[in-house]
Design a protein. Structure first.
Length: 267
């Protein structure tokens, strides 16, 4: 289990790096705040509609917007981590310019993720256990692919399909055992989710008798802390993996010393 739990050490290394250059945390803060506001607005709009078709339209639009916020900020994170580990001085303006060039691809990711989320919810409502399981597996694979593809798309400024092809080639010829990291990141995300979900529902139950609006804000704030932190950890890991895989390919070696500092420290 030790190699899977090394992702926790990696997380501490990344946040240690972020303390030296706090601009690395800016996308995380934007993600949490923007996600919370959209979540509250989506919940309110959805609760006011009685027509099932209109309710699904509002839900679909809101989900795509939430995924777009998450993925765009993950793109910013990938760009900032890349700059920090290669130059030692990440700049938010440069990261924004680089990420904006990948806007069509990020929007495509968000639209597909939102659709898969809706299909999974639809299967759940119909009590279609097999369909629900299949869709959940597809959804998990897809959202994992987003984190693998994102650094390729943003850093190399490839298109949507170009990023998938390149990331597929890296995974196919991977000398770095990224699968270990995927499992480790999943464990870290699960542990973080358990804490945040418990905190979110605890705050909701405690504050509902006091004020409904305050309870909703606290619930979505804690929930979006989870989504923001989970995305930040996954994005930083896969960005470091991407940079390591490129260097391994260039030098024909898989030495841990070739990995970016946060990843090399826990290999």
């Amino acid at each position: 289990m030790d190699r899977y739990l090394k992702v926790f050490k990696f997380t501490f290394e990344v946040f240690g790096m972020a303390m030296k250059n706090k601009v690395l945390l800016r996308p995380l803060m934007i993600n949490i705040i923007a996600g919370m506001l959209v979540s509250v607005g989506l919940a309110f709009g959805y609760s006011q509609v009685e027509n099932p078709t209109m309710a699904y339209v509002i839900l679909a639009t809101g989900l795509v917007l939430l995924y777009f916020i998450d993925y765009f900020n993950n793109g910013l994170t990938a760009s900032l981590i890349y700059e920090q580990v290669t130059t030692g001085d990440a700049q938010f303006g440069t990261a924004m310019a680089r990420t904006m060039k990948s806007l069509p691809g990020i929007l495509t990711f968000a639209a597909i993720s939102g659709l898969l989320d809706l299909l999974a919810s639809y299967a759940s409502e119909r009590k279609d256990i097999v369909g629900k399981l299949v869709l959940r597996v597809i959804y998990w694979v897809w959202t994992t692919a987003v984190y693998v593809v994102m650094p390729t798309m943003v850093i190399e400024n490839t298109g949507f399909f170009g990023a998938f092809k390149k990331s597929k080639d890296y995974m196919k010829n991977d000398p770095t055992q990224v699968g270990t990291g995927i499992i480790g990141v999943g464990i870290a995300s699960w542990a973080l989710g358990a804490v945040c979900v418990a905190g979110a529902y605890g705050a909701l139950r405690a504050l509902l008798p006091v004020n409904v609006i305050l309870a909703a804000f606290c619930f979505y704030f804690i929930t979006n802390i989870y989504w923001g932190l989970s995305g930040f950890i996954k994005t930083t890991y896969f960005t470091c993996f991407y940079l390591w895989a490129k260097e391994c390919e260039r030098q024909g070696s898989a030495e841990s010393e070739l990995a970016p500092a946060p990843l090399a420290a826990c290999l």
